[in-house]
Ligand binder design. Sequence first.
Ligand SMILES: [Mn+2]
Length: 190
Amino acid sequence: MIMKVRRKAIVRRKTGEVDITVVVDLDGGSCDVNTGIPFFDHMLKTFANYSSVGMKVHARGDDVHHTIEDTAIAMGEAIRRALGDKRGIARFGDAIVPMDDALAVCAVDVSGRGYFEFEGKVEDSGIKFEDFVHFFDTLCRNAGLNVHVSVKGFNSHHMMEACFKSFGLAFGKAIKIVGKSVRSLKGQLD
Ligand SMILES: [Mn+2]
């Protein structure tokens, strides 16, 4: 009998500053995002759409920085739990995404070692550039993802959106089940 294990996790993060519920289903599903920050919702929906990950994010915080930061922590933890022992996944994924003037490049390694590297200068758009970078960095450290993103262009909305599209596409490729073993010479991924 073949048993299919659903790669799904639920994380609730309630602190003195935020109340966040995240559901992540790596094998697909609907998208339901409401953080109270319209542009951030737009970016998270973009990530869900291009990665084909099923995702629910309901977040409320006392401050935009806290809401974005803690959503990244909760999403990262949910992704890490949903990935489990990472058996069978492609592990690596990449994408190059143009969006009018903007061009984003993203490479992902689901290594278990959280590290985010960003190249580019983006003006504040629907969210501050510093919060945009902080979201990726916090997500990657909590999920155990190694992600490199670079972007060029001049319209900051397009530049940020192209980054989320390329990250979604690259992540979707990296978590795809392509075999039966853990893709590491060590025989395991943290
Ligand atoms: Mn847009």
